[in-house]
Design a protein around this ligand. Structure first.
Ligand code: PLP
Length: 427
């Protein structure tokens, strides 16, 4: 094998959210297996990130590998226009069965951002189909993250999402304050006053309310009270607004329920899933709507067609692996695993409250967050963690982990000890 050409990488390849001209260091990976990432230089790292929420079963899983091998020997891809195939049907069956009752119309998208685009398009087309063209704006909450394409970006937090870079291009929507009451704190009805006021004032312009249920991920790693979500559902019903739940980060068990909406017993009108959908193997996402939405769009203008259709829609390879992954979730131990991770994270991270640089420690499901008072130097922290044999990638003031569900207690302790060492270094 050729040695890795890092100089070429640094000069020619953009990595996520980085500058091409003053790139941060990148670590060449040779392979990954279970909860370990193996670097080209032979070092093994315990993975705290599950490759951004996705590798819930760990890497190089024999069952997922087998599903990919079996499918690739039949066909890697075939167009989805006018054609269907077993893997797409298997996957959609499982999605309909697993998602909350009532969600049963599946659109297979090629990434999380696209599934959000499709959800927004569905909501707008639904309103047009009812003759309510004026309902063409969205409502969301601050500190949210819904993806990097333009419609998704327009409902990301205006500051985190750097809306000012794209003024005049991003559609203008309505932003409610971010929820502040955490799931374990006492509820006050005043929490939703500002949200209610926005509904009252603008409902005749609003097609849908989009939010991440219970856990706001990339927009700040914040957890909020299920009553907020219940109230959101009630307000959507009262004011004839669709509820879109972006479960791309939270879906498939991460928060201790299969879907975070279940913490509030809320069923959205449209749900987006991605990330863990294919067990972290391939890019795949889905937008799942109620039959009512599908039927309303179906009776609308343009022959009732939903106007979206990516080239790689329903990619059989991705669908086959995702169907296998969902099967493993349905018959597996995710509930016990996530509960155990939740407990251990709480026990081992909570004492870090006492560290001088730490502003907050919060854990929910298999997610542990340490918020510092000041921004973390990513390059420095990354090297520190790699030297300790763990893979943890901070952003902003946040050091956080959401490991593969299969992580063992001793491996999880390696992650929390490394975070602890970072908080206490030099003291
Ligand atoms: C990651 C994420 C997205 C975007 O998904 P991509 O696959 O990166 O396009 C959208 N919404 C939420 C909540 C996410 O966490």
């Amino acid at each position: 094998m050729q040695p890795i050409d890092l100089a070429f990488d640094q000069r020619h390849i953009w990595h996520p959210y980085t500058s091409l001209t003053s790139p941060l260091p990148t670590y060449p990976v040779a392979s990954a297996s279970g909860v370990e990432i193996v670097l080209e230089d032979g070092r093994h790292l315990i993975d705290g990130m599950a490759s951004w929420w996705s590798a819930v079963h760990g890497y190089n899983h024999p069952e997922l590998n087998q599903a990919a091998h079996t499918q690739i020997d039949r066909m890697a891809h075939v167009m989805f226009g006018g054609i269907t195939h077993g893997p797409a049907i298997d996957l959609a069956k499982q999605l309909v069965a697993m998602t909350p009752e009532g969600l049963d119309a599946v659109f297979l998208a090629d990434s999380g951002s696209i599934s959000v685009e499709v959800a927004i398009k569905m909501a707008l087309q639904y309103q047009v189909s009812r003759g309510l063209q004026g309902k063409n704006q969205l409502l969301t909450i601050r500190q949210g993250y819904h993806g990097d394409t333009f419609a998704a970006m327009s409902v990301c937090d205006p500051i985190n999402g750097m809306h000012e870079l794209f003024t005049g291009i991003l559609a203008k929507h309505h932003f409610a304050p971010a929820p502040t009451i955490k799931p374990w704190e006492a509820w006050h009805d005043s929490e939703t006053d500002a949200l209610e006021a926005l509904f009252e004032q603008h409902h005749d312009r609003i097609a849908a309310f989009i939010l991440e249920p219970i856990v706001q991920g990339a927009g700040g790693m914040r957890f909020y009270h299920p009553n907020y979500l219940r109230k959101a559902r009630a307000l959507c019903d009262q004011y004839d607004v669709l509820l879109i739940a972006d479960e791309i980060a939270t879906g498939f068990g991460r928060t201790g329920r299969l879907f975070a909406c279940e913490h509030a017993n809320v069923v959205p009108d449209i749900m987006c899933v991605g990330k863990a959908l294919s067990g972290g193997y391939m890019t795949l996402a889905a937008t799942i709507a109620t039959r009512h939405i599908a039927e309303t769009i179906g009776a609308g203008p343009g022959g009732g067609a939903l106007m979206h259709g990516p080239t790689f829609m329903g990619n059989p390879l991705a669908c086959a692996v995702a169907a296998q992954s969902l099967g493993m979730i349905q018959r597996g131990d995710w509930q016990e695993q996530v509960d155990a991770i939740a407990l251990q994270l709480k026990q081992e991270l909570t004492p870090l409250h006492a560290c001088a640089g730490v502003a907050d420690v919060r854990c929910f499901g298999a997610i542990g967050v340490v918020e510092m008072h000041s921004p973390v130097d990513v390059a420095e922290a990354q090297k520190f963690f790699v030297d300790l044999g763990v893979w943890i990638r901070p952003f902003g003031r946040l050091i956080y982990v959401m490991p593969p569900y299969i992580i063992k207690p001793a491996q999880l302790s390696q992650l929390t000890h490394a975070i602890s060492a970072w908080c206490q270094r030099g003291k």
